[in-house]
Ligand binder design. Structure first.
Ligand SMILES: Cc1ncc(C[n+]2csc(CCOP(=O)(O)OP(=O)(O)O)c2C)c(N)n1
Ligand code: SF4
Ligand SMILES: [Mg+2]
Length: 299
């Protein structure tokens, strides 16, 4: 008599998250480290690719979903978070990671960034912060330092840097971390904790643009960054987190700034319409003809 054999599902490895298309970033771009650490985090968490959605806006950094094997959307400039919010509400069984750049998230998309934190949608937001507009060849960004010479500020940036971490604290974000693409193991841990956090998680990443930002280079960051974990920072202390978020100069902290000890329920876990399971898993209850008419109405 033949005996039935069952094969255990294969453990997902980093290579399983690599798309067929290799990244076309400039050699040495910080975004390579960001992508690699994200693949490692997903394999550590064993997230099946079909249960993972990576959404981005527009920019060099926003090309990331194309290099990642999962569901992916390369949306519009500044619109990664509205898209991620809609997708999470349509199918809240998905793990949703939004990615993009400082221009995308802290410039054109700033309002959406604040609203997503206020709403506390369960999305992990990874911002590759190179303090410049890379894709459009080196203009000033909201996180460029005061005085910085760029293509659009030949006499030095007259504006002052936006502080995304302080803004996130003030906007009710429950998980706030900052990593450095030159420290991928540390970054991977931040991703893993951020993805496991049941609510909106911000992970700002120093990801040097080696082509257009000649000021905030790998060495510039290496000389300054230190890990909060090494200094006894308490991530459950809101005011200590704010003090650390404001620290910028000879020393710049990375690591977990804040994790709200009184976790707020995420929007998707509270919405009455989602209590019986994901909307995407429910029957549509529309005939073929009704669907056709609906599509026509919106065209
Ligand atoms: C509505 C709109 N405005 C402007 C642009 C042009 N644009 C494309 S990417 C970009 C900035 C990208 O900077 P960032 O988000 O920091 O990404 P990076 O390239 O630095 O990774 C701009 C202004 C656009 N694509 N759409
Ligand atoms: S221009 Fe800058 S951000 Fe864009 S791929 Fe090159 S190094 Fe990376
Ligand atoms: Mg940028």
């Amino acid at each position: 008599m033949a005996t039935a054999t069952t094969t255990a599902p294969r453990k997902l490895e980093l290579k399983d998250y690599k798309a067929d298309v290799p990244p076309d970033w400039c050699p040495g771009c910080g975004d390579f480290g960001v992508l690699n650490a994200l693949m490692r985090a997903c394999s550590e968490l064993q997230i099946p690719q079909h249960q993972l959605l990576v959404v981005s806006g527009i920019g060099c950094s926003s090309n990331l979903p194309g290099f990642f094997r999962s569901y992916g959307v390369h949306s519009l400039h500044g619109r990664a978070l509205p898209f991620a919010t809609g997708a999470k509400l349509a199918n809240h069984s998905l793990t949703v990671v939004a990615t993009g750049g400082d221009g995308d998230g802290y410039g054109i998309g700033l309002n959406h960034f604040i609203q997503a934190m206020r709403r506390n949608i369960d999305v992990t937001y990874v911002v590759m912060n190179n303090e410049i507009y890379g894709l459009t060849t080196g203009q000033v960004s909201p996180t460029s330092e005061n005085g910085m010479v760029t293509k659009s500020t030949p006499q030095g940036n007259l504006e002052h840097m936006l502080n995304p971490l302080a803004l996130a604290l003030a906007s009710g974000c429950g998980y706030i971390g900052r990593g450095f693409s030159g420290d991928p193991k540390h970054l991977m841990k931040l991703y893993m904790d951020g993805i496991r956090h049941p609510g909106f998680a911000l992970i700002d990443v120093f990801s040097p643009c080696v082509t257009f930002n000649k000021q905030n280079t790998y060495n510039w960051f290496r000389d300054r960054v230190y890990r909060l974990e090494d200094g006894g920072h308490d991530p459950e202390d809101f005011h200590a987190a704010m003090d650390k978020a404001l620290e910028w100069g000879a020393k710049i902290p990375i690591g977990l700034f804040y994790r709200n000890p009184n976790k707020k329920a995420s929007l998707d876990s509270l919405d009455p319409a989602l209590q019986d399971g994901p909307l995407a898993h429910k029957p549509l209850r529309l005939s073929r003809e009704q669907r056709r008419q609906l599509v026509e109405e919106f065209m």
